[in-house]
Every structure is written in structure tokens, then in C-alpha cells.
Design a protein around this ligand. Structure first.
Ligand code: KG4
Ligand code: ZN
Length: 333
């Protein structure tokens, strides 16, 4: 059973083929160069670029897998949440392709795909487990009870962790994408020079608030000599604050739920400092932490094909409607 997955929710065009056991092919085209010119994602330009890339990418991915279209038994596409114009490209192509091939189509929830990306790894957890989902648009701690059954235990009340990385990177003139550039600069920073707050850690609960950290970065920049070392020290103070806050809330979630498997998902999951801290946390609590490889942390179609396969196995396929929704709560699944 070969499932073709399509991801176009933001600024990556990606196509993958998954056969229920392994990934047969996977292609990602990132719009990084386009976005770098504009300092971020411009939704209309992103949509137009998806249109240009998607069909050749499907052909390339089929060639990579040594398959033709008639070998595809289902088409899964990201139907939300995300930029609606960008989503529509994958949704129209995915739904139409399924119709033309007379196979089922499955509209996939982008965050469910992120939190199950780890299942593509040999080393993966068994349900139930906790997920720290840290992407550009979301920061959530989720109790994944079983396939399709997710409870959000806590989330950011303002900026997502990745968004905070990107905004702080912009303050430090690091260009786009900000997160990885800021993480790199932080390596040269002195962790003792500036101390940023650990927002919302001194009150109960698992919610987050990251918007104050960019203000801390901005104020610190104004109050100090504007040079390379100051930038690196701010990057370090910022990253330490985010990582420490995520660490404290994950420790709390593990202790409160008694679940000892933690999955880290989403783009910020590629952050090396975060990975190191969460590994320490798991070791100290006799638990286990699972990370998808960095390529499966950021947006990709492999995770979409995986969820599509699981839904198809459960006969959870769609009607002929083309599904693209900007907002869609994970707990509605
Ligand atoms: O999951 P993702 O690819 O897209 C969304 O669905 O949002 O996440 C992208 C986010 C961006 O904010 C990016 O700056 C951040 O993940 N990111 C990182 C790193 N790599 C990507 N943040 C911190 N450190 C990294 N190494
Ligand atoms: Zn994403």
C-alpha cells in the first residue's frame, strides 16, 4: 500500500511516498532563498512558489521511488492549520490526483503529522506518551493517548517558541530563517553576562509565554554596546531562557502525568541545546526522550504520508471535498 504525501502548509513544498513499513522516497523544496529576500514568509509568494514546484516534485519523488502514478493507493495532503493559500495548493493537487487515480484522499492535520513524525524512526515510543511540540506557529505539551486522541495539556498564550526565536533573531539582524542562525550565534555567547526571565515557571500549570523574551533582548541591546559579543551574549541568554523554560515545563508534565516517554516535535526540536537538556531530563527521571531526525522536525511530507497511511488503514478517508483550513484545533480530531 503506497501512500503519496504532500505538504504545502507554509514555506516548504514536500512530497513523500510511504508504504506502511518504510519511506520509499522523500523530496523537500524549501523557499528559504525567496523568504530571505523578504525577511520572512509572504503568503501570496509562498502560494505561487508551491504552484511552480509541486508537480515536478511529485514526478521526481515517484522516480526516486521507482514507481509510477498507478502504483499509488492513496494521497494524503496537509489540510491545516497553516497559510490558507499555501494549503490550497497541496489540497487541490492532492485531492485532484486522488480523484484522477480513483484512490482515497486523506486531509491531514499538520500538528498530528508533526507529533507522529517520530514514528518513522526505528527508535520510537508506544502510546501513551507526552509530546513537546515546538514549531514556528505552536508551542504545546500534548498527551498523545492513542492514534487520533490527543489532549493539549499546555500551550503558549502568545508567541510560539519558534516565533520568539525568529523575532529575536530579527532584532539581532540575523536574517531569515532566524532560529538556526540564532542558535549558531549563541554558541559564541557567554551564559553569565545576561540573565533573561523563565516566563510562567513560578506558577502552576503547563502554559507558556515567550513574547516577553524578545522585549528583554531589545532592552538589553539598547542598554549595552552594540557589538558582535553583545549580540552573541543576548542570543545565548535568549536560548538559555527558552530551553530552560521548556525543560521546567516538560519536567512538570512528566511528574504530573506519570508518563515517562517524551517526544520532541516541530522545527525548534532541531535545536541542539534543547536536545541536550531534554536528554539530561529524561536520564534524571528514568524516562526516555525521542527526537525525530532534524529533517523530520521541520516541515516535511514524510510525516503527512505516515498519518495518511494510518488513517487509510482505519478507513478514515475523505469525501470529494477539497479541505484547506487555516485554523484547526488538534483536540477536535
Ligand atoms: O515546524 P516548522 O518547520 O514549521 C512550522 O510548522 O512552524 O518550524 C519552524 C520553526 C522556525 O521558527 C525556526 O526558526 C525554528 O523552527 N527552528 C529552530 C531551529 N531550527 C528551526 N529554532 C531554534 N533552533 C534551531 N536549530
Ligand atoms: Zn510545521
Amino acid at each position: 500500500m503506497n501512500i503519496l504525501g504532500i505538504e504545502t502548509s507554509c514555506d516548504e513544498t514536500s512530497v513523500a511516498i510511504y508504504n506502511g513499513e518504510k519511506l520509499l522516497a522523500h523530496s523537500i523544496y524549501s523557499q528559504i532563498d525567496l523568504n530571505a529576500k523578504h525577511g520572512g514568509v509572504v503568503p501570496e509568494l509562498a502560494s505561487r512558489d508551491h504552484i511552480r514546484r509541486i508537480t515536478p516534485l511529485i514526478d521526481d519523488t515517484l522516480t526516486q521511488a521507482k514507481l509510477s502514478k498507478k502504483d499509488i493507493h492513496g494521497v494524503a495532503y496537509t489540510s491545516g492549520p497553516g497559510l490558507v493559500g499555501a494549503l490550497l495548493v497541496g489540497a487541490v493537487v492532492g485531492r485532484s490526483l486522488a480523484w484522477a487515480l480513483n484512490v482515497p484522499a486523506i486531509g491531514v492535520h499538520h500538528l498530528e503529522a508533526h507529533l507522529l513524525a517520530v514514528m518513522l524512526e526505528e527508535n520510537h515510543p508506544q502510546f501513551p506518551f507526552l509530546v513537546l511540540l515546538v514549531s514556528g506557529g505552536h508551542t504545546q505539551i500534548i498527551h498523545a493517548k492513542s492514534f487520533g486522541n490527543y489532549e493539549i495539556l499546555g500551550e503558549s498564550l502568545d508567541d510560539a517558541a519558534g516565533e520568539a526565536f525568529d523575532k529575536t533573531a530579527r532584532i539581532l539582524n540575523l536574517g531569515y530563517p532566524g532560529g538556526p542562525a540564532l542558535a549558531k550565534l549563541a554558541e559564541q555567547g557567554d551564559s553569565k553576562r545576561f540573565q533573561f526571565p523563565r516566563p510562567m515557571t513560578n506558577r502552576p500549570g503547563l502554559d507558556f509565554s515567550f513574547s516577553g523574551l524578545k522585549t528583554a533582548a531589545l532592552n538589553t541591546l539598547h542598554d549595552n554596546e552594540d557589538n558582535h559579543q553583545t549580540h552573541a551574549d543576548i542570543a545565548r541568554a535568549f536560548q538559555d531562557a527558552v530551553v530552560d523554560t521548556l525543560y521546567i515545563k516538560c519536567r512538570r508534565a512528566i511528574q504530573e502525568t506519570g508518563l515517562n516517554q517524551l517526544v520532541v516535535a516541530g522545527g525548534v526540536g532541531a535545536n541542539v541545546a534543547l536536545r541536550a537538556q531534554l536528554n539530561k531530563l529524561a536520564a534524571s527521571l528514568n524516562g526516555k526522550v525521542y527526537f525525530p531526525r532534524p529533517e523530520f522536525c521541520t516541515d516535511n511530507a514524510a510525516m503527512v504520508a505516515y498519518v495518511g497511511y494510518q488513517r487509510l488503514m482505519r478507513n478514515q478517508t475523505d469525501d470529494l471535498a477539497i479541505k484547506a483550513v487555516a485554523r484547526w484545533n488538534l483536540s477536535e480530531l
